[in-house]
Design a protein around this ligand. Structure first.
Ligand code: NDP
Length: 281
């Protein structure tokens, strides 16, 4: 009689980014680079969920044994609602971009804010503490970065938005603990200057210029556009005003590194991965 030997085999832990649309996402390239660099055996895919089918997609992925997902437009709010447990930064942001699936159920986190702060402070080597910061936009991306920026103690954080009520609502959530935050209309920015100006609007997607005065860029100002992969009208205006300009690729890679760390317990090196992604663009 021949003994049947069952060979142990290893199956890579599965992760994915879920959104709609999703074909453009660079997340698989980034996570594959992290995995290679750190020797982690994982697979990472792009998954297109129907706009009305995010929860069903997540439940299916859990059934199939996925360990976690990144969540992108338009599902960050739904991911927030779906999670059984939320990190403090997900609660602050009111949105989730990283889900962890384990015995505890579905845990939601938000790494966008940590991503931009790390890119500004570590990669661009610019301290946030003591700076006058202008955040333009009051959508999901802006909301996610407010608390992490405030935690680094800027002198002032002004949130300007086309729809001023949205900026005021966001600001009011933080005013109790942070007197340095305020909301402004675009017109209200006249005669003000800032050391760091962050464009968190989606105007870059449509090549629309923002109605902001060029005088807002202080000498040596960092102008940061969360958009990446193209020179936006905001970047052009900032550059013409003498500002140092950065796009959101660093934020994208840093938020991914934070998610990778949450899932795998290993922090990947990001600079080489940023360069790799830029070279491919
Ligand atoms: P939302 O749709 O939630 O918010 C859009 C924002 O843009 C709102 O504040 C809106 O103002 C403003 N806006 C849109 N059109 C105009 C206009 N013509 N003039 C003035 N303001 C306008 O988008 P998100 O917050 O999710 O994303 C914003 C940007 O950030 C996107 O470009 C996205 O790609 C980028 N992003 C980058 C990340 C990265 O890792 N680099 C991560 C997440 C986002 P109003 O309230 O008045 O409508």
């Amino acid at each position: 009689m021949v003994d049947k030997v069952v060979k142990p085999f290893s199956v890579a832990d599965r992760y994915a980014v879920v959104g709609n649309p999703i074909a453009h996402s660079k997340s698989p390239l980034i996570h594959e680079a992290f995995a290679k660099q750190t020797g982690q055996e994982i697979s990472y895919e792009r998954i297109l969920a129907p706009v009305d089918g995010f929860e069903a997609t997540v439940r299916e992925l859990i059934m199939q044994g996925y360990k976690g997902i990144n969540v992108t437009v338009p599902f960050k709010l739904e991911a927030f609602q779906l999670a059984n447990t939320l990190s403090a930064r997900a609660q602050d942001a009111g949105a989730v971009n990283t889900l962890i699936f384990n015995d505890a159920g579905i845990t939601g986190d938000n790494t966008d804010g940590a991503g931009i702060v790390r890119d500004i402070e570590q990669n661009l080597n610019i301290a946030i503490a003591g700076k006058r910061i202008l955040l333009i936009g009051a959508g999901g991306a802006a909301e996610g970065v407010i608390a992490p920026i405030l935690a680094h103690q800027p002198q002032a954080l002004v949130v300007a938005n086309r729809t001023i009520e949205k900026a005021q609502r966001m600001v009011s959530k933080h005013l109790i603990n942070h007197r340095q935050i305020s909301a402004s209309t675009f017109e209200g920015l006249q005669n003000q200057t800032f050391d760091i100006v962050i464009n968190a609007t989606s105007t870059g997607l449509s090549d629309t210029a923002l109605p902001i005065p060029s005088s807002i860029f202080a000498k040596g100002c960092l102008a940061y556009d969360m958009m990446y992969g193209r020179e936006t009208p905001f970047m052009q205006q900032a550059r013409a005003s003498g500002a140092q300009v950065a796009d959101g690729l660093g934020m994208l890679v840093e938020q991914a590194a934070e998610a990778f760390y949450i899932w795998r317990g290993v922090r990947p090196e990001t600079r080489s991965v940023m360069q790799q992604i830029r070279d491919l663009s």
